[in-house]
Design a protein. Sequence first.
Length: 331
Amino acid sequence: MRLLILTNSLNCLGENDAPLGNAFRRSGCEVIFGEINAISADDYRYFTRGVLVPRNGQLYDPGSAAQGDRGAYFFDECQLIWVMRQPQDCVARDIWQMLWLASQHTPFVNSIEGMTFLNTKHALGYVVPKENRPFSYTSNDFSLLWQRYRKNPDQSWVAKPPNAFCGQNVFLLHPNGPNVRAILQCLTGNTAARHVFDYGIGGFKAEYAVLQQFIPEVAQGEKRVVVACGKAVAWHGRQLHPDDHRSNLTQGGKLIEVDLHSSEIELAELIGKKLMAHGINFIGIDMAYPYILEINIADPGGLYDAKLVSGVDHSDQVAELIIAHFKKYPS
């Protein structure tokens, strides 16, 4: 099997690129690292700049540069493609379109349809059972979100964009908070300030925001669960930074070792199997049981972090599950 892993940079492999690339090579596969933002077409055959890694070459750590034969590699000469990064905004529409077309001939670990439509906070209502998700309200109309906030004067909320990541622009809104109105205006594009121009030369500026019920269980920390082909394979805990309400490692959260009890495993695998029906075979789930807070499909961290805290590398197990799945269900 020849696997093409699409990533940002060939000179700085990510936390999934490196260990999973190593694991697939140990399983006897050829591995190519390719640049997701450099996809091109030769008479509608799609290819990208990449590196074919020697099968018995050096093993990589995150941050390493890919070493091997650099050149142009065609998608239809691979048996499996794994999109590990999202394309840059300025080329995203073209990249997703070309990837979808390529996926009509070559299997993808995570389907382009799934990455496009389910890699968002909007999807929690579809993927997660109602009893396992916080109540949320989504709009690009500031006044609707403001009314919802004021309707529950004793409730704390979390406000955030539906398609951001790594804790970006995630705000904790306490009851009667002095800046809540300004925060909700900001998250929805400050349309009240722009309304006087009736869209004018600046155009339509409204942006969507999610107002989500704050879950007290988060104060005890979250768990990131990595699920491959519907099976929970690795997990770790994240403690809140003492000066922040977010547990994201990028925002100062602390990585800790945790156990996962049977109910948590059952819930994670239920979600994993539901996503498999949409061609999604590798995800990271953020959980404060019994609640699911977020599902990560595009390059979900957790596998490398679980190794850091437990000393156990589960990347070989992931590779075995992925290879077995695509042998059992070839395109």
